[in-house]
Design a protein around this ligand. Structure first.
Ligand code: ZN
Length: 502
């Protein structure tokens, strides 16, 4: 067959796969947002069937042959050519899917399902001992799966690659080693200052009003309601069923009204990225986000660099006060701004402030790598966790519920995921610095309630490219540097120096 014919056949299979993936995501969204509890068994069967169809189609011999031929045919093209990139990514993904034997993949699915069930019971009971054998099995299977991708420099490379394609363990370690002492020092400085009051955060805020306000802010920063919707789920998330239906969820708490507000800005940031990918990549491998860290850079940028900034609240605070006069009527804009940026090193990652968040991630990464290398046994994990928490954040958990049992990632088999959160923070500040050079009026625009310039810059520089470039290459193209901790530390230091007066 000619290149043209092979490509046409391959693209038609890719388009069918996108459609199936969209249906799978719709079933998943419904499961978390709408589905009655009694349907979980049936939904499990539906998801298993569609998951199997996707696996068979994407890992078929026909796709393998097409990709071999296409790789030969595009071999002469410049590595920077769109088509060469598309075929290279598709081939990489095919290899990912086929290098792991089906039996091992099924073992992984059943093991992680069991370990999640064990974790759901162990966490509230503070019973690490009952969860530990499950975690050990997850680590062993993850290691076996990593072995399927040899040769590598480090077994963890193969696990990291699932979420952060092309990134190496040693590169992440170098970045984090440069960052760690500076974050710890910043926390120490802040702790020695007079602390800020954020008690207003926990006043009652009517949920119906919170819902109106979250819809308002999502639309204000550019979410298109004809291409998405905002619903409620236990844990906020973003999902898409195609390029024209990208949905977000939030979770309202009556006694912490800002939780839903910031989580909505966060998820809107994820959604804006998905919605901004150029439609010309539709149905191809390039029609995806660059990586999880690039995704997280977008959510964090809107949540923190916009949503927790002074100019944003110059514009938005009168609206906020009008929505919640009882809770905020007597709180000045300055006190509000300082309160929402209070640094309060917490034991819980998802409650962490901007100054301490990355330290939670570094701790997890060190433990994951140690377990995958076989240097840390899961039995020793709680003690090592607690020691490191004390060293990094100055707090020692007195139970495992608030320690090693807190996150769903390890029971769920998502070994390799955590570092993308911290890398996303670093990228968000790098992008922000460059955007301010290109558009110095951004802070003033925000204070007037104009956010279109920010979105336009992100669309042009980040979103439209989809998976055209890896996240590392994209950051370099935009900023001239690889992923770099300096801009993030500059951002944090400047911000907290003003708030804490050091
Ligand atoms: Zn996120």
């Amino acid at each position: 067959m000619s290149l043209e014919e092979n490509l046409q056949r391959f693209r038609s299979i890719s388009a069918e796969l996108s459609t199936l993936t969209g249906i799978q995501a719709l079933l998943g969204w419904d499961q978390q947002v709408m589905m009655p509890v009694a349907a979980s068994e049936e939904r499990g069967q539906q998801l298993a069937l569609i998951g199997g169809l996707i696996y068979d189609k994407s890992a078929s011999d026909e796709v393998g042959k097409l990709l071999d031929e296409l790789s030969r045919e595009v071999g002469d093209l410049d590595a920077d050519n769109d088509l060469a990139r598309e075929i290279k990514l598709a081939k990489h993904s095919y290899e990912q899917a086929t290098k792991v034997p089906k039996a091992l993949m099924m073992d992984f699915i059943t093991t992680t399902a069991r370990s999640q069930t064990a974790w759901i019971q162990a966490k509230p009971a503070n019973d690490y001992a009952s969860f530990q054998p499950h975690l050990q099995r997850v680590i062993e299977i993850s290691r076996e799966m990593a072995d399927c991708f040899k040769p590598w420099d480090h077994p963890y490379d193969a696990l990291l690659d699932q979420y952060e394609p092309g990134m190496k363990t040693a590169e992440v370690q170098d970045i984090f080693n440069a960052l760690r002492p500076r974050q710890i020092e910043l926390l120490r400085q802040i702790a020695s200052c007079e602390q800020v009051d954020d008690s207003f955060r926990f006043a009652r805020m009517d949920v119906a009003m919170q819902r109106k306000l979250t819809e308002y802010v999502a639309g204000l920063i550019g979410y298109e309601w004809q291409r998405g919707r905002l619903d409620e789920s236990l844990h906020p998330f973003t999902t898409n069923f195609g390029r024209e239906d990208v949905r977000i969820t939030t979770h309202f708490k009556e006694n912490d009204g800002l939780s839903a507000f910031f989580s909505t800005m966060h998820e809107t940031g994820h959604a804006l990225y998905e919605l901004g990918i150029d439609r010309r990549w539709n149905g191809t491998w390039l029609s995806n986000a660059a990586s999880m860290s690039m995704h997280e850079s977008q959510s964090r940028l809107w949540e923190n660099l916009v949503g927790r900034s002074q100019p944003f609240w110059q514009f938005f605070y009168p609206t906020m006060q009008a929505f919640f006069p009882e809770a905020l009527g007597n709180v000045s804009q300055e006190s509000f701004y300082r309160g929402i940026n209070k640094v309060n090193p917490s034991l819980i990652r998802i409650e962490a402030d901007e100054a301490s968040y990355n330290l939670h991630i570094m701790l997890r990464l060190e433990l994951e790598i140690g377990m995958i290398e076989g240097k840390i046994h899961s039995r020793e994990l709680p003690a090592i966790w607690n020691d490191k928490m004390e060293e990094y954040l100055g707090h020692r958990p007195d139970n495992d519920r608030e320690g090693v049992l807190q996150d769903v990632h390890w029971p769920g088999g998502m070994i390799g995921y955590f570092s993308t959160y911290a890398l996303g923070n670093l990228i968000s500040a790098q992008l922000w610095e460059k955007m301010l050079q290109d558009q110095p009026s951004v802070p003033e625009d925000m204070a007037w309630g104009h956010f279109a310039g920010i979105l336009q810059w992100l669309r042009e520089n980040v979103h439209r490219h989809g998976l055209r470039y890896s996240s590392q290459d994209l950051v370099k193209r935009i900023t001239g540097h690889g992923i770099d901790p300096d801009p993030y530390m500059r951002y944090l230091t400047e911000k907290y120096r003003a708030i804490y007066q050091f």
